[in-house]
Design a protein around this ligand. Structure first.
Ligand code: PLP
Ligand code: COI
Length: 362
């Protein structure tokens, strides 16, 4: 009984920031520190389905302390960017893929599915009122964070009958302070991110909660991200706390872990597609830590990189762990890593044609 497509009401913010204040934020946005003037909110109940879609002033959500998201973490989210092109038009990238992934996450977390069209429309609605918040400096964007939470006040453990979906937006520069400088990664041996049959493939807060302690360990060891191994054999590479991993072999083959407990990254899928377009072989299969170690030692692996929406593509310089150090070759300016990164961002920013029809105008 959902209304489809949803119609969005709009209440303009009375506290919208003045031009000068906004421009100051956009001059140095950082990542995830500043938010725009508005947000999207849509309600769902078992009786009414999705309803009450609106764009409202950005501000606190008022929730009952018994709302089940606080107790049982029934929550999912997405991360997707809006890019300003040279002619000032604003575009997003593979929004349908993010919309489908939100549906898969919803299914795993027993949350209601939002249609892909309503998902894309929710992004359009927010960006259309907060257009001025999309920065224009090179490599900057407006990071959109759609999320869905269980808002029913009920302490029994079952899927909530009342749910909220929201979209907030945050102007973004580089995720890592060093930009595309190679990063060091910490191997977590004590902790797993996700288990067999768990929620690893869903984009749900609990996976990130589980990664925070090992992430602290990474920082303490001078690394910027944590790498997880599979929880069954603790042998195979899974992914980083917030990014996927790809290996480049000497013959130009790209290899990336296949696992049902990692997040299927849209950045990774796009990079691998661009590599295939260039004639590279792509292998999605299990990759052991040993294969990484031996590959680097023998010269079989020539580049290693991490990729995700927030951080785009960054070379991995070193994997460190207790008594472990695997130093990858330096990804120079003509590395495949940086060349694929440039091709991807050129498409996203409209600097070259979009052969796969990945862009949607917002
Ligand atoms: N893996 C994890 C755990 C992530 O949080 C992300 C980021 O969203 C990714 C991988 C990469 O996914 P995407 O490229 O779709 O952003
Ligand atoms: C993203 O890349 O969108 C993420 O959600 C990852 C997070 C580390 C910011």
């Amino acid at each position: 009984n959902d209304t489809f497509p949803l119609h969005f009401d709009f209440t303009p913010s009375a506290a919208a920031r003045a031009d000068a204040e906004r421009e100051a934020v956009l001059a140095d946005p950082g990542f995830g520190r500043h938010f725009t003037d508005h947000m999207v909110s849509i309600e769902w109940t078992t009786e009414e389905g999705w309803h009450d879609a609106k764009v409202v002033p950005y501000g606190p959500l008022v929730l009952d302390p018994a709302a089940s998201v606080f107790h049982y973490a029934q929550e999912i989210f997405e991360g997707i960017k809006a890019y300003r092109h040279a002619d000032s038009s604003i575009w997003t990238f593979r929004a349908d893929a993010n919309g489908r992934r939100l549906q898969r996450s919803a299914a795993r977390l027993a949350l209601p599915e939002l249609s892909v069209d309503d998902f894309v429309e929710s992004l359009k609605q927010l960006v259309s009122v907060d257009r001025d918040w999309v920065p224009s400096a090179p490599e900057t964007s407006l990071y959109l964070r759609p999320f869905m939470i269980a808002t029913e006040s009920f302490l029994g453990v079952r899927a909530a009958h009342r749910v909220g979906y929201y979209v907030i937006a945050s102007p973004a520069g580089a995720y890592f302070p060093g930009g595309v400088e190679p990063v060091s990664i910490w191997l977590s041996t004590q902790y797993s991110r996700a288990g067999k049959g768990g929620t690893g493939a869903a984009k749900t807060g609990g996976n990130y909660a589980a990664s925070l302690l090992p992430q602290e360990e990474a920082y303490a060891n001078g690394c910027s991200q944590v790498l997880f191994l599979d929880s069954v054999d603790t042998t195979y590479i899974e992914e980083l706390g917030g990014m996927n991993v790809v290996f480049v072999k000497r013959d130009g083959t790209l290899v990336t872990p296949a696992s049902d407990s990692i997040l299927e990254g849209i950045t990774r899928d796009s990079i691998l597609q661009l590599a295939e377009d260039r004639g590279h072989r792509v292998e999605r299969r299990r990759v052991s830590l040993e294969e990484w170690r031996e590959g680097v030692a023998s010269g079989e692996i020539v580049e290693v990189f991490a990729c995700g929406t927030a951080a785009v593509v960054v070379p991995i310089a070193e994997l460190k762990g207790d008594g472990l150090s695997i130093v990858s070759p330096v990804a120079g300016p003509d590395s495949l890593t940086l060349s694929l990164r440039a091709e991807l961002t050129d498409i996203q920013y409209g600097r070259r044609p979009d052969p796969h029809g990945w862009l949607t105008r917002l």
